[in-house]
Design a protein around this ligand. Structure first.
Ligand SMILES: *[C@@H]1O[C@H](CO)[C@@H](O)[C@H](O)[C@H]1NC(C)=O
Ligand SMILES: *[C@@H]1O[C@H](CO)[C@@H](O)[C@H](O)[C@H]1NC(C)=O
Length: 484
């Protein structure tokens, strides 16, 4: 249903989808919103934009022929933290501040490469930042060792090294939900020696020169993230079970004996970047550098991370754009954004704005970052489409927010991205609005301070989309409504 003022406005009628926000229940922390979307008489029920208090797992999108893992948000009912009360759930402001730290470190990594030397000592903390784990992450559970032990890992397309906390924790380990992995009770663990060629590959994956333990000549990795998080330990080989049938012997990973940081109960990181050491490269023989995922709309629903083409490959609904590489940021997956439309109208942004910044897609950055010039055009058009709603105060990096608590029905302009190769991608409602509360619903985009900084297509904008990485085929694809 549209309000009369909307009916009077041709621009909005032609360019909006109409969304009904209903306050359906009072939860202890507030409320939940449901969206009903109406386009051309169709009435379809979208998900709640805020998580429910219980997890509703989904099997949609699962292809039994593919190695498929369940993806859950790190914070929320589906992450099944047994001692969740002990782990503080970050506030929206904290999430967005950590997100900015991640973006800053990506910008630093792409613009100039810094390399550190770990050789001095087994336990020293590398001083320079690599990447930031951030806080808006998604986790999957894999099995490591023989017998296999379940471990929940943050999956990250922006980094390469897979690591987990290991016993004995010589200096420190943070709290995690499963027992900490103990290589001494696994029959399949082996140390990597310092003179092994794979030891020297660590430098490009971590930005740090590996160390070497004095007595046994075991290769030592160290990775530090820009928010002071780090992991240091032995570089090892182990049996990795992605599923009960997809098992990889000799998987290279970091067995971290000194770990600290904002990993929020997860056991470590699963690196899905483009470097030789990443999971994608280490499983290339079996999966052909092909994987896909769907990030659930809220932390009370689940998505998936699948490897391999599966029977028949991706569905016809998936549309592709060429994958590009980023100089100085070889781990990243680059995309070419060529334009953005708001409410069906192309924004007038010179194509050189995007071609000179470049764009990456990242599973670990929460909010999409655009060149300043592009963001201000997007924001102005969005504000124009939302002008009948009362504005609310800014939320950290989000400067365009509305108080929708008094509105029974809300219509907002659709946002679509145009990518190289003729791909137009309509974002899901959950990829346009960041709902902190009914009285603070924000445009889920931010601008880079410098037009030359790389743009990042973040995970809020990827929500519910099936995102397909065909690395061997040099393309990335998207399809809508891949998961709830
Ligand atoms: C791996 O190397 C470390 C350090 O030298 C050693 O303490 C540990 O026992 C080794 N583990 C195995 C399985 O060889
Ligand atoms: C939001 O709007 C409602 C009424 O529409 C009002 O009662 C409330 O105080 C507003 N909230 C804030 C945070 O401004």
């Amino acid at each position: 249903m549209a309000t009369p003022s909307f009916l009077a406005n041709k621009y909005l009628i032609s360019s909006c989808i109409f969304v009904c926000l209903n306050i359906i229940s009072s939860l202890d922390k507030g409320f939940a919103l449901t969206l009903a979307e109406t386009t051309k008489g169709h009435h379809l029920q979208l998900n709640s934009l805020l998580p429910a208090s219980t997890c509703s797992p989904s099997t949609r999108g699962h292809d039994k022929k593919k190695a498929s893992l369940e993806v859950v948000h790190r914070h929320g009912p589906c992450s099944k933290q047994p001692n969740q009360h002990k782990l503080k759930t970050p506030t929206h402001t904290e999430i967005l501040q950590q997100d900015q730290a991640r973006v800053n470190s990506i910008h630093a990594r792409v613009s100039h490469k810094e390399v550190d030397d770990l050789r001095q000592s087994d336990t020293s903390i590398p001083a320079k930042s690599g990447s930031v784990v951030g806080s808006g992450n998604y986790i999957v559970t894999v099995g490591l060792g023989s017998p296999a032990k379940p471990l929940s890992l943050i999956f990250d397309t922006g980094s390469d090294l897979t690591w987990t906390q290991c016993q004995p924790c010589v200096k420190s380990c943070y709290k995690q939900k499963e027992p900490i992995f103990d290589p001494s009770v696994s029959k399949s663990y082996t140390n990597i020696s310092c003179n092994s060629p794979v030891c020297s590959q660590l430098i490009s994956a971590t930005g740090n020169t590996p160390g070497c333990s004095s007595g046994t000549s075991t290769c030592i990795y160290g990775i530090q993230y820009g928010d002071q998080s780090f992991s240091i330990g032995y570089f090892g080989k182990e049996r990795l079970a992605l599923t009960s049938v997809d098992v990889f012997d000799g998987f290279l990973f970091g067995c971290g004996q000194n770990n600290q940081g904002l990993f929020g109960g997860s056991a470590g990181l699963l690196g899905l970047g483009r470097n030789k050491i990443s999971l994608v490269e280490q499983t290339a023989q079996k999966y052909g550098r092909f994987f896909s995922y769907c990030l659930p709309s809220t932390s009370s629903s689940t998505g998936y991370l699948s490897f391999g083409r599966g029977a028949g490959g991706p569905s016809n609904a998936v549309k592709f754009t060429p994958l590009s590489t980023v100089s100085q940021g070889g781990s990243f997956y680059g995309l070419n954004v060529v334009g953005i439309s708001v409410g069906g109208r192309q924004l007038s942004i010179s194509t050189t704005v995007f071609s000179s910044s470049g764009t990456i897609i990242d599973s670990g950055t929460v909010i999409t970052r655009l060149p300043a010039t592009a963001y201000s055009a997007l924001r102005d058009a969005f504000r124009q489409g939302m002008k009948s709603y009362p504005q609310a105060e800014a939320l950290s990096i989000l400067d365009t927010c509305y108080n929708l608590s008094g509105s029974k029905t809300v219509s907002y302009p659709k946002i679509a991205f145009a990518f190289g190769g003729g791909l137009t991608l309509d974002l899901d409602a959950t990829g346009i609005l960041y709902v902190a509360s009914a009285s603070q619903v924000c445009l889920a985009f931010a601008g880079n301070s410098d037009d030359n900084d790389i743009a990042i297509f973040g995970n809020v904008q990827q929500k519910r989309l099936q995102v397909v990485y065909d690395v061997a085929g040099g393309k990335v694809g998207f399809a809508s409504a891949g998961c709830p």
